[in-house]
Design a protein around this ligand. Structure first.
Ligand code: SF4
Ligand code: SF4
Length: 262
């Protein structure tokens, strides 16, 4: 999509007409939307991590920008603050619609129109709402778009930003005598067949598999390897049956779920 007819030279975000399944971090975000300002001071959340002077941070808050800057937004870029919670409450009488308001405001900031945003809501949200909820969400979308209307859309980056690793925590090292555990028993973890825990098993259907390796990469147990043709192979001795691979697989039916029978 080309908002405002402007060709983009660099856009380090993820856009697709198909569902986006990548959930990893974005190293240098153009736009971050913070739905709850208490997250700003949360060292585990770090919602503005990776932001730089070219990033815009939109915060749902009743606090002043100066206060928020002291509590956790100091990336040097633009900070936008508005009380979308009150808007959602006034318009729809529920906070469940907060994401409608923030999503529409974000749509404006990336250069989309209100019609674009409503089309997205029509596809993603409205099939799950009653007629009156749908009407109030449209009203909220219009109000949120109007609220955000005075903000300039996010500027495109002209060059790829440098990516600098920022460790979440600094690990302090003790000398080995203190820090290294003492192991007195012979290593036995390979003997633990964690597959015994499984209640459901993932089953591969090679005729549908595109060999994208997403299941192989995402399996938290490293229970998936690749065969000589690069098809995934599940080690059922180790697979715990978390089914993450099934959820992450982008091809419907390539991995299905079967009840474990022993
Ligand atoms: S079900 Fe979980 S443990 Fe088993 S292969 Fe899939 S991702 Fe790995
Ligand atoms: S994620 Fe799905 S399509 Fe990709 S390799 Fe695994 S089973 Fe095949």
């Amino acid at each position: 999509m080309e908002p405002n007819g402007v060709a983009r030279r660099w856009l380090p975000s993820r856009e697709s007409r198909a569902p986006i399944r990548e959930r990893g971090v974005i190293a240098r975000p153009d736009l971050v939307v913070v739905a709850d300002d208490t997250l700003l001071a949360d060292s585990a959340a770090q919602p503005v991590a990776g932001c730089d002077a070219d990033s815009t941070v939109l915060i749902n808050s009743t606090q002043a920008e100066a206060t928020l800057t002291q509590t956790g937004v100091s990336h040097g870029g633009r900070v936008l603050v508005a009380d979308f919670t009150a808007l959602a409450r006034e318009t729809t009488r529920t906070l469940a619609s907060l994401s409608t308001a923030l999503g529409v405001a974000a749509a404006h900031l990336v250069g989309l129109t209100l019609e674009d945003a409503l089309a997205g809501l029509e596809e993603e949200l409205f099939p799950h709402l009653t007629a009156s909820q749908r009407a109030s969400n449209i009203e909220l979308a219009q109000a949120a778009f109007a609220l955000a209307g005075s903000w300039e859309p996010v500027q495109e980056r002209l060059e790829p930003p440098a990516v600098v690793a920022t460790p979440l925590v600094e690990v302090a090292f003790d000398p080995p005598r203190v820090a290294v555990p003492s192991i007195y028993a012979v290593g036995n973890s390979p003997e633990r067949k964690t597959g015994n825990w499984r209640q459901f098993r993932p089953v591969l259907h090679p005729e549908l598999c595109t060999r994208c390796w997403i299941c192989f990469v995402r399996c938290p147990e490293a229970a998936i390897s690749l065969d000589a043709q690069d098809y995934p192979v599940v080690d059922y001795d180790e697979c715990k049956g978390c089914l993450l691979c099934v959820h992450e697989c982008p091809v419907h039916g390539a991995l299905t779920v079967e009840k474990e029978v022993r």
